[in-house]
Design a protein around this ligand. Structure first.
Ligand SMILES: [Zn+2]
Length: 295
């Protein structure tokens, strides 16, 4: 059976995904599946408490969705279908119930295998969509704060990985681009734009999430800010990234003198091109004009 594949952008709830590969069996009862999913897990309890739902994942396929009522230390959890195992300190489990139909229909039997990194061993994975997070302009609620934390965690995760690979310069930049284009930043841009911001290329697998102010230069909060990006075809992404083109505050293209008339024709840039800008794009564009664009 081919299972429908979910992308980051399809996950719109705050979810903790729990891999049950070791304990799962075909034809388990509902109660048995619930018990192997709910615990006990070695988790960061503060982070887990942000999840509204837990999903049970077997071989990359979502088997069940639970609405989490509360997390409890393992000592206080009673799993009726499993023998009382010796409980190790610092582990948690959740109490909950099978989620509402609408949510189950959205996730059950879908594959999230492609959202795991190769060899990702941790049975626990969090999906906290940033758009649940982006606070209204003047909102200073817990939600805004919690979401900034989530963004910063994702940024840290990428940076740690890059540090561990011990690469610099262009290779480092290449890896950042890969990570960013596998993740949430690209999802957000795909949601905002459905084709290249400059031309009509609309093939989703070709479209690239292009930072306006580069990742390396950006503050943590700026790194995954949707206003710090354009969605571009490979051609325009390259030209923008290398500083051959930029935009003024009205969105009109500025083209470097380093491109000949022939280059411009074959690279599909001309002085009549225009890009739609948000107010917040402009701040990042100023950086691009002053630091990346090479007249
Ligand atoms: Zn384009």
């Amino acid at each position: 059976m081919d299972n429908e594949i979910l992308m980051y952008e399809d996950i719109t709830e705050n979810i903790i995904a729990i891999k049950v590969n070791h304990s799962y069996k075909e034809n388990m009862t509902e109660d048995e599946l619930y018990d192997i999913t709910r615990g006990y897990w070695k988790i960061d309890i503060k982070k887990a408490k942000h999840a509204d739902y837990a999903i049970s994942v077997y071989e990359g396929i979502i088997k069940e969705v639970y609405k989490i009522e509360k997390w409890l230390p393992a000592e206080l959890i009673r799993r009726t279908t499993l023998p009382d195992a010796e409980v190790r300190k610092g582990r948690y489990g959740f109490d909950g119930k099978v989620a509402e139909k609408e949510i189950r229909d959205k996730y059950i039997d879908k594959s999230i295998a492609s959202l795991y990194k190769r060899g990702e061993a941790n049975p626990i994975k969090y999906f906290f969509p940033i758009r649940n997070c982006v606070p209204d302009k003047n909102e200073l609620t817990n939600k805004g704060e919690r979401c900034n934390n989530v963004v910063i965690e994702i940024v840290q995760e990428i940076e740690e990985e890059i540090r561990s690979l011990n690469v610099e310069g262009e290779s480092k930049k290449a890896i950042i681009n890969v990570r960013v284009n596998q993740g949430i930043f690209r999802d957000l841009l795909l949601k905002r734009y459905n084709r290249c911001c400059l031309c009509r290329v609309e093939n989703r697998t070709l479209l690239i999430a292009s930072h306006i102010k580069p990742w390396i230069e950006s503050e943590p909060k700026e790194k995954l800010d949707v206003d710090n990006g354009f969605l571009m075809c490979p051609n325009h992404d390259r030209l923008f990234d290398k500083g051959y083109i930029t935009f003024d505050n009205d969105g009109n293209i500025m083209i470097s003198d380093r491109l000949t008339e022939i280059d411009k024709v074959f690279l599909n840039v001309n002085c009549r091109m225009h890009i739609e800008l948000t107010e917040r794009n402009k701040r990042y564009l100023k950086f691009h004009r002053e630091n990346i664009f090479d007249r």
